[in-house]
Unconditional design. Structure first.
Length: 619
C-alpha cells in the first residue's frame, strides 16, 4: 500500500449514527429475503419476489400489532402487580409495627406477672411466720392455764398476774389471726391477679402467632408478585426488542429499495441452489476484463444466511472423520440427538396449491433434495454429512408442521421435496441409507424440537439467529468453522464450496470510476439513501455520479478522487469491519457494512454482496 496520511473525517458528526441505520437496513432487507428458509433461496422472478416481500411486510405489520397488544397487556399487568406490592408492603409494615407493640405488651405482662409472683411469695412467707407465731402464743397460753401463779410470777419479767397474762396472750392470738386472714385474702387477690395477667399474656401471644402467620403470608404474596413483575419485565424487554426489529423493518424499507433488491436477488440467485446437483466453481465465476484497465471485484464469503448447519462445512467435517452427531453438535449449541416416535404421514402443499398427505419417513424424507446424494459415496466420504442432513431435515419438518399437524411447502421456502426421483437417481442409495440409519432421530434443546436451519455455505463463520435476523434462539451460535490448523471446513481444504468465496452478479468486475462512485455514495449521510439507486434504476430520484459529488460538496464532505487502491480490514472475522480507500496522498476508512448496503443498492446489474463477510480483489 502507498504511504499516506489519514484524512480527517469532518463529516463524522453527520454520518455517525446514520450509517448504522444503513447497516441495520441492509441486514433487515436480507432478513426479509432470506429469513425462515433452511437452505438456499429459490430463483423466483422479480415480480414474484416483490410480491413475496410485500406479503412479508404485511405479515410484519400484523406481528407489530400483536406485539403492541401483548406489550400493553404486560405493562397493565406490571402496574397491577406494582399496586399489589404497595398494598402488601403496607400490610407488612403494619403487621411489623403491630408485632413490635405485641412483643412490648407481652414483655410488660411478663414483668407484671413476675412482680406479682414475687409479692405473693413474700406474702406467703409472711403468712407462714405469722402462723408460726400464733401457734407459739397458743402453746404458751395453753401451758399457763395449768401453771402455779408463783411460778408464773417468777418467770414473767413484767410481774403480770395470771389473769392479765392470759388476756394479753389472747389479744396477741386475735391480732395474729386477723393478720393471717388479711394475708390470705391478699394472697388470693395476688393469685387471681397473676392468673388474669397470664390469661392476658397468652391472648397477646396468640395474637402474635396469628400476626406472624399473616406476616409470612403477606411476605409470600410480595415474593410472588415480585416474581411476576420480573417475568413481566423480561417479557416486556423481549417484546420491545421484537417490536424495535419489526418497526425498523416497516419504517426503513422503502418500496423502491425493496423492488431493486428483489430484482437483484432474483437474477443473482438464478441456478445457485445447493439441491441435488452440485454446481462447479467455473459455472459461477467470471474472469476480469482483459483491456489493460484496473478493475475491482467484491467477493462474498458464504451464502445465504449462515445460520445453523453449514452444509458444505458438514461435508468437510465428514471428510475429516466426524460422525453425524459430532457434526450437528458443532453447529447447534446445547442440543441432544434423540429418537422419537414419528407421525405416520405429513401434509405437503405443491407449487400449484394442491394439498397432499404422504408417508413421512418412507416418502417425504426420502424425497428431500437439499444435499447431493453422491456426497455419500465411499470416494467422497460424505455419508455422515448426509445423515446430519437427514436429522436436520426431519427436525425442521416436524418443527415447521407442529409434529405433522400443519402442511409444509416443497420448495426452498421450506424444504425441497422431489419425490422418488431423489433415491432412484444417481447415488440415491446413499441418501436412502442416511435416512434409514437415522430413522426417528431429531435434534432437541431442553427436550423441545429446534428450528433446524441450515444453509449451503457459511464462508468460514456461522451466525446466530440474533445476528442474522434479530430473533434470539438459544441453540444457534457464532463459530469459526475450521479445523485445528485453521482450514475452514467449507473451504478449499475440505468441503470446497463454490460459494465459499465468490463475487455475485452479472457484472462483478467494476471500473475505477464505478468504485469511486460507490465509495462517495457511502460517504453521504443516510438521509440521502432514497436517492442512491442509480438513475437507470430510478430515473425520478436516483442520483448520478455527478449529483453524488455535488451533494458531498454541499454537505462539506471531501470526495474520493483518483482512487489508487482498496484495503479490507477485519475480513478474517464474522463480519468485515472497514474498507480503507487510498487516493491522492491520503486515505479514508469507511464502515464496511455501510458500503455493503450502498453496493447492493447502487451497483450495476445484479451485483450483490450477500453476507457481512467480504473482501476485494483487483486484476
Amino acid at each position: 500500500m502507498p504511504k499516506a496520511k489519514r484524512k480527517t473525517q469532518n463529516y463524522n458528526s453527520k454520518l455517525k449514527g446514520r450509517s448504522l441505520i444503513g447497516v441495520l437496513l441492509i441486514s433487515l432487507i436480507f432478513a426479509f429475503l432470506l429469513s425462515g428458509r433452511p437452505g438456499p433461496l429459490s430463483a423466483d422472478q422479480p415480480d414474484d419476489q416483490l410480491q413475496e416481500t410485500q406479503r412479508e411486510i404485511e405479515q410484519a405489520k400484523q406481528q407489530q400489532a400483536r406485539i403492541k397488544e401483548e406489550l400493553q397487556e404486560t405493562e397493565k399487568l406490571e402496574k397491577e402487580l406494582a399496586g399489589s406490592i404497595t398494598y402488601y408492603e403496607f400490610q407488612l409494615s403494619t403487621a411489623q409495627q403491630r408485632l413490635l407493640d405485641l412483643n412490648k405488651q407481652i414483655a410488660d405482662k411478663e414483668r407484671e406477672i413476675a412482680l406479682v409472683e414475687e409479692e405473693a411469695a413474700n406474702k406467703e412467707q409472711d403468712l407462714k411466720e405469722q402462723r408460726k407465731r400464733i401457734f407459739e402464743q397458743i402453746r404458751v397460753l395453753y401451758k399457763t392455764s395449768f401453771a402455779d401463779p408463783l411460778e408464773i410470777y417468777l418467770l414473767n419479767s413484767q410481774k403480770l398476774d395470771h389473769l392479765r397474762l392470759a388476756v394479753l396472750h389472747q389479744a396477741v392470738i386475735e391480732n395474729l389471726r386477723l393478720k393471717i386472714y388479711l394475708l390470705g385474702d391478699q394472697i388470693n387477690q395476688l393469685n387471681n391477679q397473676k392468673q388474669s395477667l397470664k390469661t392476658e399474656a397468652q391472648t397477646l401471644k396468640d395474637d402474635r402467632d396469628l400476626l406472624v402467620k399473616k406476616k409470612q403470608q403477606v411476605q409470600q404474596s410480595i415474593n410472588q408478585a415480585q416474581t411476576k413483575v420480573l417475568a413481566a419485565k423480561t417479557a416486556q424487554k423481549q417484546l420491545m426488542q421484537d417490536l424495535a426489529g419489526i418497526n425498523q423493518k416497516i419504517q426503513e424499507l422503502t418500496r423502491k429499495e425493496r423492488q431493486i433488491l428483489a430484482a437483484k436477488a432474483a437474477a443473482a440467485l438464478a441456478s445457485t441452489t445447493v439441491g441435488e446437483i452440485e454446481i462447479t466453481r467455473a459455472a459461477i465465476e467470471s474472469p476480469p476484463p482483459e483491456d489493460g484497465n484496473v478493475y475491482f471485484s467484491f467477493w462474498t464469503y458464504g451464502y445465504p444466511h449462515r445460520v445453523g448447519m453449514n452444509q458444505y462445512g458438514a461435508y468437510g467435517r465428514a471428510k475429516a472423520g466426524q460422525d453425524f452427531v459430532q457434526i450437528l453438535k458443532a453447529y447447534y449449541k446445547d442440543i441432544t440427538i434423540e429418537k422419537q416416535e414419528m407421525p405416520e404421514k405429513i401434509t405437503i402443499t405443491t407449487a400449484d396449491g394442491t394439498v397432499e398427505e404422504i408417508p413421512f419417513e418412507q416418502d417425504y424424507l426420502l424425497g428431500i433434495a437439499e444435499m447431493p446424494s453422491c456426497w455419500g459415496s465411499p470416494a467422497n466420504k460424505g455419508l455422515e454429512a448426509l445423515k446430519a442432513q437427514a436429522v436436520a431435515a426431519r427436525t425442521y419438518a416436524l418443527k415447521y408442521t407442529n409434529g405433522g399437524k400443519s402442511p409444509i411447502c416443497i420448495d426452498q421456502k421450506c424444504q425441497v421435496y422431489i419425490g422418488k426421483s431423489k433415491i432412484e437417481g444417481l447415488c440415491g442409495q446413499y441418501w436412502k441409507e442416511a435416512v434409514e440409519e437415522t430413522a426417528g432421530m431429531v435434534i432437541t434443546h431442553n427436550h423441545e424440537l429446534i428450528s433446524a436451519w441450515y444453509a449451503s455455505t457459511a464462508g468460514g463463520f456461522t451466525l446466530n439467529s440474533q445476528d442474522a435476523w434479530g430473533t434470539y434462539t438459544p441453540y444457534t451460535q457464532n463459530i469459526k468453522d475450521a479445523d485445528s490448523q485453521g482450514h475452514f471446513f467449507d473451504g478449499p481444504a475440505w468441503g470446497d464450496s463454490p460459494w465459499f468465496h465468490k463475487a455475485w452478479g452479472s457484472q462483478p468486475w467494476l471500473s475505477r470510476s464505478q468504485v469511486e462512485d460507490l465509495l462517495n455514495a457511502s460517504l453521504l449521510p443516510a438521509g440521502y439513501d432514497a436517492h442512491l439507486p442509480l438513475p437507470e434504476t430510478d430515473p425520478d430520484e436516483g442520483f448520478s455520479a455527478e449529483e453524488v459529488l455535488a451533494t458531498l460538496q454541499k454537505e462539506g464532505i471531501s470526495p474520493i478522487v483518483n482512487l489508487k487502491s482498496l484495503e479490507v480490514i477485519g475480513a478474517e472475522t464474522t463480519s468485515t469491519l472497514l474498507i480503507r480507500a487510498y487516493y491522492q496522498d491520503t486515505y479514508i476508512d469507511i464502515d464496511a457494512q455501510r458500503f455493503r448496503f450502498i453496493y447492493n443498492l447502487r451497483s450495476p446489474a445484479t451485483n450483490a454482496i450477500w453476507t457481512s463477510r467480504f473482501d476485494i480483489k483487483t486484476n
